[in-house]
Design a protein around this ligand. Structure first.
Ligand SMILES: *[C@@H]1O[C@H](CO)[C@@H](O)[C@H](O)[C@H]1NC(C)=O
Ligand SMILES: *[C@@H]1O[C@H](CO)[C@@H](O)[C@H](O)[C@H]1NC(C)=O
Ligand SMILES: *[C@@H]1O[C@H](CO)[C@@H](O)[C@H](O)[C@H]1NC(C)=O
Ligand SMILES: *[C@@H]1O[C@H](CO)[C@@H](O)[C@H](O)[C@H]1NC(C)=O
Ligand SMILES: *[C@@H]1O[C@H](CO)[C@@H](O)[C@H](O)[C@H]1NC(C)=O
Ligand SMILES: *[C@@H]1O[C@H](CO)[C@@H](O)[C@H](O)[C@H]1NC(C)=O
Ligand SMILES: *[C@@H]1O[C@H](CO)[C@@H](O)[C@H](O)[C@H]1NC(C)=O
Length: 490
């Protein structure tokens, strides 16, 4: 009885997922700009996030709850369909970040495969805003397992980042993936500020649950909209340390991949990338460059908005996360030559909605707003505050000795490599190690530049989800970041 219900349900689910092939928030940069400018938003929404709030009189200490016995409860015995010989421990569960609202964040934690007790602790965040760090980060990019085509079994990821670190994947904010709030109005109140606060509360409570990591070297890594989350959270960590005269979190560095950092250079970078990659006509390019001032771009600028619309249409239906990759549709018909299966997201969605899988993950709670999905459109649409730029925070972190890496897959059309380069140029920090090709497996893995207090690295032939497209190169970048050395020259 239960079994047949399960199969009917799986069948319905597979129908549903075959009609909705693309769950990631589509962040074609022109669509993004268009949406940002057309949004009905409160006047404060574009105002600068008050990132110094933590240091003012308003500061109230973060609520730390007792966590005894929770760690043992969160231990995953094994994930359904996992391959044999898993040599590291896995944990997952919830950390309550607001008791009154009943808001809880879901995490998945994998220990380093070897010498876990001497390896650093890393928090990984995906973007959106509204996308799942567990679905994308852990199961499609850098986690120890990938989901097979059957949507039921897992295989090892040879280039998993837990070779070098213990990694927490956090579903943030509440309403994303398995994270939830019992106060459903919370789903309409997410924003940069709350995400940073909740993630900070998560971290201090998580460290109570796993006290052996309290003084461990700590890094934050992530991609895309996490280009906002990461510096904001890093800033919250430093401000809280200052306010409490206590270093609760031993923050050493942050790494941001194909990151959304700064609005103005994102438009400029996208325009130049699309033209130089033959995704835009000369007419639209010249129209945009001669008529638009991206520093002043606003919704009353009808000429530029029209050109941005034209740019969006003229690129056609390409997969913006990796401009040369086959789409999931076409790879169903033609065998894909790329090692990365563009339909992976469908397998992940199927896997994470299997009740046994949710039970194994301690995620089978009645409070979830909907089945597990890769991105929440509700969270994305209702985002309350979004800093126009996080460059001032990055500058503060640089001055305070935090290691900062910005890396970029160079075939991403969603947040192209040019956007990162222009954003870094705006900082005006001096070059220490000039641009050079870095190598792995006897090939150029990409290029690197060492700036004062900041490192920039490209990953050749990688799209937006860098470790999905170039797993070996991505692991070299990650190891170099953790070890504080530039990627290997020839
Ligand atoms: C949310 O509500 C459910 C049902 O009352 C409860 O079991 C759960 O603990 C609540 N979650 C939080 C984070 O308070
Ligand atoms: C693990 O730690 C031991 C002792 O410090 C060391 O000899 C060994 O090389 C380490 N292994 C790895 C894979 O880091
Ligand atoms: C932190 O230290 C400063 C200077 O010693 C002191 O004025 C302040 O009260 C301390 N704050 C806390 C929360 O202990
Ligand atoms: C909006 O754009 C127009 C046209 O570029 C410009 O003249 C105006 O100053 C901009 N407004 C703001 C508030 O930046
Ligand atoms: C994939 O196929 C679906 C259904 O036929 C269609 O709606 C969608 O636009 C296609 N996507 C791409 C990228 O071709
Ligand atoms: C979660 O799993 C447990 C153990 O199998 C089960 O007793 C409980 O009813 C499940 N809860 C939900 C909401 O599915
Ligand atoms: C780099 O960091 C040092 C100390 O941490 C600081 O004095 C210097 O101003 C920083 N330079 C830049 C460009 O951020």
């Amino acid at each position: 009885m239960a079994t047949s219900a399960f199969f009917i349900w799986m069948f319905l689910l597979s129908l549903a997922s075959s009609t909705q092939l693309y769950g990631w928030i589509d962040i074609n940069p022109f669509k993004f700009v268009k949406e940002e400018l057309s949004r009905e938003r409160p006047s404060h929404a574009f105002a600068s996030y008050d990132f110094d709030k933590y240091s003012t009189a308003e500061y109230s200490a973060v609520n730390i709850s007792p966590q005894e016995g929770q760690k043992e409860k969160d231990k995953i015995e094994s994930l359904p369909g996992q391959p044999p010989e898993v040599e590291f421990d896995q944990y997952s569960g919830y950390v309550t970040v607001d008791h009154e609202a009943g808001r809880a964040l879901f995490y998945y934690f994998v220990q380093a495969a070897v010498n876990s007790s001497s390896k650093p602790l890393v928090l990984w965040l995906n973007g959106g805003p509204g996308c799942s760090s567990f679905g994308a980060g852990a199961l499609m990019e850098l986690g120890p397992f990938r989901v097979n085509k059957d949507g039921k079994t897992l295989c090892h990821n040879e280039y998993a980042w837990n070779k070098d670190a213990n990694i927490i994947f956090l579903e943030s904010p509440a309403g994303v993936g398995f994270s939830y709030s019992n106060t459903t109005s919370d789903y309409k109140l997410s924003g940069d500020y709350r995400s940073a606060q909740d993630s900070y509360t998560f971290l201090v409570n998580w460290l109570e649950r796993f006290p052996e990591y309290k003084s461990r070297e700590f890094f934050i890594a992530g991609e895309s909209y996490a280009g906002h989350y990461i510096p904001q959270l890093a800033h919250a960590i430093l401000q809280n340390s200052k306010n409490t005269n206590q270093t609760r979190i031993n923050l050493r560095g942050i790494a941001m991949g194909n990151a959304y950092i700064d609005f103005e250079t994102t438009i400029q970078g996208a325009v130049d990338f699309y033209w130089t990659h033959a995704l835009m006509s000369d007419e639209i390019y010249h129209g945009l460059t001669s008529n638009c001032d991206f520093t002043l771009l606003n919704s009353s600028d009808k000429v530029c908005l029209k050109l941005i619309n034209e740019a969006l249409d003229a690129a056609g239906n390409i997969y913006s996360y990796d401009i040369y990759a086959p789409s999931c549709n076409s790879s169903l018909k033609f065998h894909s030559v790329s090692a990365f299966d563009p339909c992976s997201e469908n397998y992940i969605k199927r896997y994470l909605n299997i009740p046994q899988v949710q039970r194994a993950l301690h995620a089978n709670v009645t409070s979830l707003p909907h089945p597990w999905e890769s991105c929440s459109r509700e969270i994305n649409r209702n985002w309350k505050d979004k800093q126009l730029t996080v460059l001032p925070i990055i500058q503060q972190l640089m001055a305070r000795g935090i290691r900062i890496w910005i890396y970029s897959g160079d075939t991403d059309g969603a947040l192209p490599v040019t956007c990162s380069r222009y954003a870094i140029n705006k900082l005006g920090t001096p070059v220490k190690t000039v641009w050079y090709p870095w190598y792995t497996q006897d090939e150029v893995g990409g290029y690197a530049v060492g700036f004062e207090n900041l490192t920039f690295v490209t990953v050749r032939g990688a799209g937006h989800f860098v470790p999905s497209y170039q797993p070996a190169r991505a692991l070299v970048v990650f190891s170099s970041f953790i070890n504080g050395v530039l990627p290997p020259p020839a």
